[in-house]
Design a protein around this ligand. Structure first.
Ligand code: NDP
Ligand code: GDR
Length: 329
């Protein structure tokens, strides 16, 4: 039975990946941070087959112990301070967790190692935020980076150090440059889920309006369930490499709002939505659209869920969730 170790197991992608790897017959270990983390109970209920292991990306000895305990064949480093807006306010923490945390994980793998015939394989969760103020469109594995936030800067370090450890020490280390991916498990702080949840609550009469920031931005949005499959595919290749994972389509913030409100059965979204500069970022990423040709050709990966289906899935989930809350009283 192959063994997988996932950091960020309590996050959106960690949960999708745990499900995916379990279905493939993996023994799944999930790193959980903190004392009495409330998400640990949720995870135990949802994924009784995941073996929790304590650890924190800011603490190298904890990572060494965690790997020693799990003895995985594959390590997926999904943990991060992942909210771009928050990274402007907690830049040093973001650098430490999202950036230097990758270095610690790579060092822990070098220390614990795995056998020579079967060294641990490493996946790093890189991000389209590294392209930031984009130098070319669409963005590929060769597009230069120009990050626009402390989060983006930290991800560039994580990406570069992963490539460096591969080249310096011959590690099987891959970096997936994933564009935005969403779904019903997305945190409520991110714009897609904030919008689909608000549309559901407004429809049910428990919320009056929705306050957003900039709506002119464009994103290449896919479904998280499709994207975790690409992570696994990268680690099954004969050679480690980096891959862009994206749909190749881009949509504005306004298109997201229009679709979500229509899906919830609300006629005129403009009646409910207003903008507040407090949600504007000091520097914005205006346009992202990825070219995933390399992943398609070498991994055979293609996205299966398109944008309207994704929004529909999220709105339906949020309507059911909010209705259940009302029924409970
Ligand atoms: P989430 O924000 O949903 O999950 C982040 C996870 O990191 C949580 O499990 C959190 O634990 C954990 N974490 C935070 N700080 C630490 C720490 N110091 N030590 C250990 N664990 C920690 O992110 P996603 O699932 O959406 O994303 C997964 C990864 O992919 C992230 O690295 C993100 O930056 C990257 N990414 C995401 C994209 C997306 O569109 N979703 C696109 C490109 C990259 P807890 O719950 O206990 O706080
Ligand atoms: P992003 O996702 O920054 O792309 O990072 P987010 O959903 O936070 O923002 C997308 C765009 O929406 C604009 N926006 C708002 N965003 C939020 N969160 N809340 C609002 O009210 C709001 N109004 C407008 C933002 O300005 C931005 O342009 C996500 C994260 O998952 C990262 O970890 C990941 O690396 C990238 O996607 C790819």
């Amino acid at each position: 039975m192959p063994r997988a170790f996932i950091t960020g197991i309590t996050g959106q992608d960690g949960r999708h990946l745990a499900e995916f790897l379990h279905a493939k017959g993996y023994e799944v270990f999930g790193m959980v941070k903190g004392q009495n983390n409330p998400k640990m109970t949720e995870m135990r209920d949802e994924f009784p087959y995941v073996q929790p292991v304590p650890g924190d990306l800011t603490d190298l000895p904890s990572l060494v112990k965690a790997l020693d305990q799990a003895q995985p064949d594959e390590v997926y480093n999904l943990a991060a301070i992942s909210f771009v807006a928050m990274s402007f306010n907690q830049a040093e923490l973001t650098a430490n967790v999202t950036g230097t945390g990758v270095l610690r994980m790579l060092e822990a793998i070098r220390i614990v190692g795995g056998s020579q015939s079967n060294p641990m394989r490493f996946y790093q969760a890189s991000s389209s935020e590294m392209f930031g103020k984009v130098r070319e469109t669409p963005q590929t594995e060769r597009t230069p980076f120009h990050p626009r936030s402390p989060y983006g800067c930290a991800k560039v370090f994580g990406h570069d150090i992963t490539v460096n450890y591969r080249e310096s020490y011959g590690m099987f280390a891959c970096s997936g440059i994933l564009f935005n991916h969403e779904g019903p498990r997305r945190g409520l702080e991110f714009v897609t889920r904030k919008v689909t949840n608000a549309a559901a609550r407004i429809k049910l009469g428990v919320q009056e309006d929705l306050v957003l920031g900039n709506l002119d931005f464009k994103r290449d949005w896919g479904y998280a369930g499709d994207y975790v499959k690409a992570m696994w595919m990268m680690l099954q290749q004969p050679e480690p490499d980096d891959y862009v994972i994206a749909t190749g389509e881009t949509r504005t913030g306004q298109e997201l709002v229009e679709l979500a409100f229509a899906e919830a059965g609300l006629d005129d979204w403009r009646r409910y939505v207003r903008q507040d500069p407090k949600f504007f970022r000091p520097a914005e990423v205006d346009l992202l659209i990825g070219d995933a040709s390399k992943a398609r050709e070498r991994l055979g990966w293609v996205p299966e869920v398109d944008f309207p289906t994704l929004v529909k899935m999220m709105v339906e989930h949020d309507l059911a969730m909010e209705r259940a809350k009302l029924d409970r009283g």
